[in-house]
Design a protein around this ligand. Structure first.
Ligand SMILES: NC(=O)c1ccc[n+]([C@@H]2O[C@H](COP(=O)([O-])OP(=O)(O)OC[C@H]3O[C@@H](n4cnc5c(N)ncnc54)[C@H](OP(=O)(O)O)[C@@H]3O)[C@@H](O)[C@H]2O)c1
Length: 238
């Protein structure tokens, strides 16, 4: 008979809160421990657990496991997109998690990128209906670099537009929401035709005016490096 899973989530950061909520929605038994609680309580919870999700800062995951989880038979799992570990299986939820919980229907749609040598998904994360794919651990560093550039770096650029509109031009940031939505939709529908603007048009005059307008702004460096990067991409593809 299949063992009923008993999860333990370590941590109380953003991802821990989202997944505690998700397990609750799925009616899956899940304990939580965070470092504001006692180590005696941690030991009790480890003894009950079949699966321990170590959802803490990347740099602390292996140290925590070495210090507190050496003697458990429970399966150890981390959610980091970049950490490569011998003893702890990686399952990276390809999603951004902020401090606000999402709507119930969002959670089952989150895909997991799991280590190539991880057990069956049903054994790794029993009860989760989410899609998963496997990735060779040697490729995780590059994979995560691409995730950070696309999700995190583009976020910084949109934050710059929103704050620029409000602070420099006294225009409400919401006015650009339609632009963001359409750019996102265009990318999903056809990534190859989604890029518009002076780079695609090779409009050097506008590129130079944009760069001058960003004098004394740390984003001038970013603008210039995108122009250089785009020129290199054009050379490679021609
Ligand atoms: N956020 C995302 O969008 C996202 C997406 C995919 C994967 N992930 C992965 O999910 C994991 C958690 O990320 P997060 O965004 O939830 O981080 P976070 O919000 O910064 O929370 C980090 C948590 O780690 C705890 N912690 C740090 N050092 C610890 C230690 N030595 N012992 C016990 N607890 C410790 C912190 O406790 P205190 O509160 O006491 O400091 C906090 O609860 C990471 O592996 C991350 O790479 C994150």
């Amino acid at each position: 008979m299949r063992q009923v899973p008993h999860y333990l989530i370590i941590g109380n950061g953003r991802v821990a809160r989202h997944f505690l909520h998700y397990f609750n929605l799925l009616n899956i038994q899940c304990d939580n421990w965070h470092r504001q609680e006692s180590f005696a309580l941690l030991s009790e919870k480890i003894n009950q657990a079949t699966h321990i999700l170590i959802l803490i800062s990347d740099s602390e995951i292996e140290k925590f496991a070495e210090m507190h989880l050496r003697h458990t038979d429970a399966m150890l799992i981390h959610f980091s997109g970049s950490l490569v570990s011998e003893k702890i299986f990686g399952a990276h939820p390809l999603m951004c998690f902020n401090p606000t919980l999402y709507s119930d229907d969002q959670y089952p749609k989150i895909p997991f990128i799991i280590d190539h040598d991880a057990p069956d998904f049903e054994s790794l994360l029993p009860g989760l209906p989410n899609q998963h794919v496997r990735l060779n651990k040697e490729q995780k560093a590059k994979y995560h670099a691409l995730c950070v550039m696309s999700g995190n770096f583009s976020c910084i650029l949109w934050q710059k537009l929103f704050s620029g509109l409000e602070k420099e031009f006294q225009i409400p940031a919401e006015i650009a929401h339609g632009y963001l939505m359409q750019q996102t939709n265009n990318l999903i529908q056809n990534p190859k035709t989604a890029l518009t603007g002076p780079l695609v048009r090779n409009d050097k005059n506008t590129l130079e005016k944009n760069i001058s307008a960003l004098a004394n702004d740390p984003f001038q460096t970013i603008y210039k490096s995108f122009v250089t990067c785009y020129e290199q991409l054009q050379k490679v593809s021609s």
